[in-house]
Write a protein that binds this ligand. Structure first.
Ligand code: NI
Length: 224
């Protein structure tokens, strides 16, 4: 399941992020890819471990954590430091699946959900679509600045070649409390209905039934 989330970042935060990205150092993106992925990866990534990286990390992860759709769709358990990527003309990232395990030592975690946050306007560049293989075929995603897409880390995906301009995006990986993408999809849909019922008919018996079923399904399917 793909979940598109609009306005994860507002105009002010986007401006701060883009401002900061003009000042930071970018390095060849191959350094963070596994062996197979590095053969098809041609982009640049912001150098980690700097004060600027920490600032950007807090800004982005804070916004995601506040977003109810993100929490409901991803059910995050462990989250990686985001990667800020830049693609200039001629760059692309061929078909790959994301690394299954990230982090090191006790910080190690399984990647279940990948999130791409679009940081500049689609009119700023040609190409640069994120193409995700789904059960129903390929889906091309190119969203307005500040919007995000969630997809299973196991799905084959690619970024098409940039033929004009520059594409800026942040990528986040996380381990979900619920490993199975089908179960996460059911929970996401049930949560939508639950929230609507809690708003419209908070005291109705069916609202309580749906609410409790949701909560208990999360308990049943969580592998933490
Ligand atoms: Ni990827």
């Amino acid at each position: 399941m793909l979940i598109e989330i609009p306005n994860v970042l507002d105009a002010n935060k986007l401006a701060s992020i883009r401002d900061m990205l003009k000042k930071v150092e970018f390095i060849d993106g191959k350094h963070s890819a596994g062996q197979a992925a590095s053969r098809v990866k041609n982009n640049q990534e912001m150098k980690q471990g700097t004060q600027q990286a920490e600032f950007l990390d807090h800004l982005l992860m804070g916004s995601l954590a506040e977003n109810a759709d993100f929490r409901s769709g991803a059910l995050p358990y462990r989250v990686a430091q985001p990667v800020f990527a830049r693609y200039t003309q001629g760059m692309l990232y061929g078909d790959h699946v994301d690394d299954p395990i990230m982090g090191s030592g006790p910080e190690k975690f399984r990647t279940d959900v990948s999130i791409t946050v679009f940081l500049n306007d689609p009119d700023d560049y040609d190409g640069g679509e994120l193409i995700i293989n789904t059960t129903y075929g390929e889906k091309a995603v190119k969203l307005p600045a500040g919007s995000a897409v969630l997809y299973p880390s196991a799905s084959v995906h690619r970024v098409t070649e940039i033929t004009r301009g520059e594409r800026l995006a942040a990528i986040v990986w996380l381990q979900s409390m619920v490993r199975d993408p089908g179960q996460r999809e059911l929970l996401y849909q049930l949560d939508q209905a639950r929230n609507q019922l809690l708003t419209d008919r908070p005291d109705a018996p069916e609202t309580k039934q749906v609410d409790r079923s949701y909560v208990n399904l999360v308990r049943m399917w969580s592998d933490i």
